[in-house]
Structures are given as structure tokens and as C-alpha cells.
Design a protein around this ligand. Structure first.
Ligand SMILES: [Zn+2]
Length: 147
């Protein structure tokens, strides 16, 4: 059993990295993942899906309900939104494919290290802050929850 795992979305073009807070739930609770490319026809009005900027995390609520008492919520009340916001099944990063973006952005900054070390240090320092600001601006769910 892992604390996080990567799951391909329904169309297979993208991958999300999912984190299981306190390791109560695991990949059995994840039914499907949709990226912005394949979430177009997914219905919004149900309790088993979390929407986040076009990404959709669909949970197997039967699995979730069996663990509800451990999560501290009643089986009748638990929703995918609640599970996500409480951090039991959520993204590893702020965004689903954070690991990918992070690697790309880091590679860009690392290029600086070869030419301008001072600019590199400065860029590294600003990087985290800039990311947070951008995620807030883009309205990612995790940023909204923290505000
Ligand atoms: Zn997709």
C-alpha cells in the first residue's frame, strides 16, 4: 500500500498524482480520473466526483463509505468533495500533474545555473512563491481551501 500513486486519465493523455492522507483510503477508492481533455462529457451533479479546474477525480463511494467512521464522517453524509478537501484522497501537489510541471520548471531554472549563478539562486527563491501565486490565480481547489 502506497501513500501516493500516479493514475492515467480516461483518455490516457495525462497523468495525475494522487495522495492518500493518513493512509486510510487507497487506490481502490479511486474509480476514474479525467483530465481537462476528457472531462467534457462528465456530469457535474453527483456526490462521487471532485472538480478542479477541468480535472475530475471520481471516487468509488462504496469503498469510501466503508471507511467513513475512520474518516470521522457518517456514511450518509460523505461526498467526494469532502474526502478531497479533508485530504484523504487528494493531489500530491496543488495541481494533479504537479510532478511534471515541477520537473519542467526546475529544468528551466537549472539552465541558469550554468550561465548566471546569482540569477539562478534568485530564481529558485522566487520560484515557490510564484507558483503559489499562479495556482491561487488559476483557482485550484487546494488553494481555495487554504484561503
Ligand atoms: Zn484525459
Amino acid at each position: 500500500m502506497c501513500q501516493s500513486y500516479r493514475k492515467d486519465c480516461a483518455c490516457g493523455h495525462n497523468t495525475g498524482e494522487i495522495f492518500f492522507g493518513k493512509m486510510v483510503l487507497d487506490e481502490q477508492s479511486v474509480e476514474q480520473l479525467y483530465c481537462p481533455e476528457c472531462s467534457q462529457d462528465v456530469k457535474t451533479d453527483c456526490d462521487n466526483r471532485v472538480w478542479d479546474n477541468g480535472w475530475v477525480l471520481e471516487l468509488d463511494m462504496d469503498v469510501v463509505r466503508t471507511q467513513a467512521s475512520i474518516l470521522g464522517v457518517s456514511p450518509q453524509e460523505v461526498t467526494a468533495d469532502w474526502v478531497f478537501d479533508a485530504g484523504y484522497v487528494t493531489w500530491v501537489g496543488i495541481i494533479p500533474d504537479d510532478y511534471k510541471q515541477k520537473a519542467q520548471e526546475r529544468a528551466e531554472i537549472l539552465k541558469l545555473a550554468k550561465t548566471d549563478l546569482l540569477a539562478y539562486y534568485q530564481a529558485m527563491k522566487e520560484w515557490g512563491l510564484k507558483r503559489e501565486k499562479r495556482f491561487t490565480r488559476e483557482g485550484w481547489r487546494k488553494m481555495r481551501v487554504h484561503i
